[in-house]
Write a protein that binds this ligand. Structure first.
Ligand SMILES: Cc1cc2nc3c(=O)[nH]c(=O)nc-3n(C[C@H](O)[C@H](O)[C@H](O)COP(=O)(O)OP(=O)(O)OC[C@H]3O[C@@H](n4cnc5c(N)ncnc54)[C@H](O)[C@@H]3O)c2cc1C
Length: 480
């Protein structure tokens, strides 16, 4: 959300900065989700989640075009298996229409089969505006475009204090000891929003982390799902239920589960949930083979409701009256990804009450580049690019067919993020079948050649994840 807000503010003549505790953007929840743009029928009319989801979804075509982010408008079937589900679909249809969701209709078995052959159930709510998107490309695209338009990004800066200044404005202290001042602070710290609130003296919020685990399936099954297929949601469930989600890059996700935790950053995947996801996945798509499971991951929902209550609360997006210039975002769980551009506009309206925002005529909404990877381009275009630059002729990630030039572009990203995960999120290298077995040694060699790094300089995702530990033997030399 911070990147969407930063990009929105970069349209104006204002000095803005993002403080991020990790060594890259998108290492929190924003890249650990289903990548679905929700249509907006699941949320109570008039709620922020309903209004901002429908608005955010409608904004995505232009935003993705400008930021070079893949989006596929594949629609969704929410399927009824029994009479209770049927009543749920009717309720969702009415709710969706009240929320202004376009094109919603209830369809029977024949149309369901035409949309997705073999789908279970006898009735479905069809929502054509439900879509899929690359959450990595969106988050990174928003950040890079904000940077290009003048926003400062301070990575590896964990906020530890938020103190009002005498008169007007705020001082933000970080773990590194650096201090930043500003007239307005926007708290967009996701799972840690309640902690940052407490730093500013706001005590009424609590976040209950709720983990969702996923399996990622091999691209062998690409094209099997033409649309999103969800079960009819159950009352007070913490999520929308386990489902199959195709990704814009051709994988399928199974998940997410829902389990409350104490540690908001516990992204581990557990044996029991994996077994359950395999069982449910096979039930939903019988073609799945054991060898199709190539990876698992987890994301954590910043819930405002404890396990004994369940369900969801509405987003909190507020301009605190008693704390001048403190704009606060709490409990931005699903559909936060879909709502991001609309939330950013709402936050801009709040910021504008404290600082005059004059449009910056030099703002350029367009990010250079292409939403496509080299291997997705037509053959004649690829041939011309290789003739011009031989680095396009060298494959580094064999599974995803990612070239040396794409790795170099990812390494030289404008934000200066240099971890293996930063390269993975930008170039897709190591996201394929072998999960880095082939490309990671080659990427480390490119990093060594580019920066002259020693083994201890290589990080997977941050300071606490060195790639090489222990006794490292330099080539042809003695161990150290
Ligand atoms: C399993 C799951 C599935 C989901 N599926 C969908 C979906 O399909 N569609 C949809 O619309 N939404 C979905 N969501 C919701 C969506 O992912 C979130 O709403 C959204 O990503 C929240 O963004 P955020 O910026 O608030 O949080 P984050 O992305 O977590 O960003 C917060 C950032 O603040 C940083 N930070 C925290 N504390 C500090 C500090 N003290 N100092 C400096 N930096 C700090 C973090 O490192 C992080 O980068 C899903 C969520 C989950 C968990």
């Amino acid at each position: 959300m911070g990147c969407a807000v930063a990009r929105e503010l970069s349209r104006f003549r204002v000095k803005a900065a993002v403080l991020e505790k990790e060594m890259d953007v998108g290492l929190g929840t924003s890249c650990r989700n289903s990548g679905v743009l929700h249509a907006g029928f699941n949320y109570a009319p008039g709620s922020l989640r309903a209004v901002l989801d429908v608005k955010g979804n409608a904004m995505m075509d232009d935003l993705c075009r400008d930021l070079k982010v893949k989006i596929k408008r594949i629609g969704k079937l929410t399927v009824a298996l029994d009479e209770e589900d049927e009543a749920t679909l009717q309720r969702l249809l009415e709710q969706g229409r009240a929320n202004g969701v376009p094109g919603l209709e209830i369809i029977g078995k024949e149309r369901m089969q035409a949309i997705q052959p073999g789908v279970e159930g006898y009735m479905a709510l069809y929502s054509p505006s439900s879509s899929i998107i690359s959450p990595y490309a969106l988050t990174i695209g928003l950040a890079e475009n904000a940077l290009a338009n003048g926003v400062h990004f301070h990575l590896g800066q964990q906020v530890v204090s938020v103190t009002p200044l005498a008169g007007n404005g705020w001082e933000i202290g970080t773990k590194s000891g650096e201090r930043f001042t500003g007239t307005v602070v926007v708290n967009a710290s996701g799972l840690f929003a309640a902690d940052v609130c407490r730093m500013a003296g706001i005590t009424e919020y609590s976040i209950y982390p709720c983990r969702g685990e996923y399996y990622v399936l091999d691209k062998r099954l690409d094209g099997t799902l033409r649309t999103l297929i969800y079960p009819a949601p159950k009352k007070n469930a913490p999520g929308l239920g386990i489902h199959l989600t195709p990704t814009v890059d051709g994988n399928i996700l199974i998940g997410p589960s829902a389990e409350y935790l104490n540690d908001p950053e516990d992204h581990s995947c557990t044996y029991d949930v994996m077994a359950e996801l395999r069982r449910e996945g096979k039930e939903l798509l019988s073609e799945i083979r054991m060898t199709d499971y190539i990876r698992n991951f987890a994301g954590v929902r910043p819930k405002q409701t404890p396990p004994e209550v369940g369900g969801n609360k509405d987003f909190v997006i507020e301009d605190r009256k008693e704390l001048k210039g403190f704009v606060n975002l709490v409990g931005i769980e699903s559909p936060g990804l879909t709502s991001a551009p609309a939330i950013a506009e709402m936050v801009r309206g709040m910021v504008e009450k404290h600082i005059p925002l004059l449009p910056d005529p030099s703002f350029n909404p367009v990010r250079p580049g292409s939403p496509f990877f080299f291997s997705e381009l037509p053959a004649d275009e690829r041939a011309a690019m290789i003739a011009d630059n031989p680095n396009y002729g060298e494959i580094i990630c064999r599974c995803e067919k990612i070239t040396k030039q794409e790795i170099l572009d990812a390494i030289k990203n404008p934000l200066g993020a240099r971890t293996l995960v930063s390269i993975k999120y930008r170039a897709r290298a190591s996201m394929g079948r072998c999960q880095g077995g082939f490309c990671v040694p080659r990427i480390t060699r490119i990093l060594r050649d580019e920066f002259g790094w020693k083994p201890e300089d290589f990080l997977k995702r941050g300071d606490s994840s060195p790639m090489f530990v222990g006794n490292v033997r330099p080539k042809g030399g003695a161990s150290r």
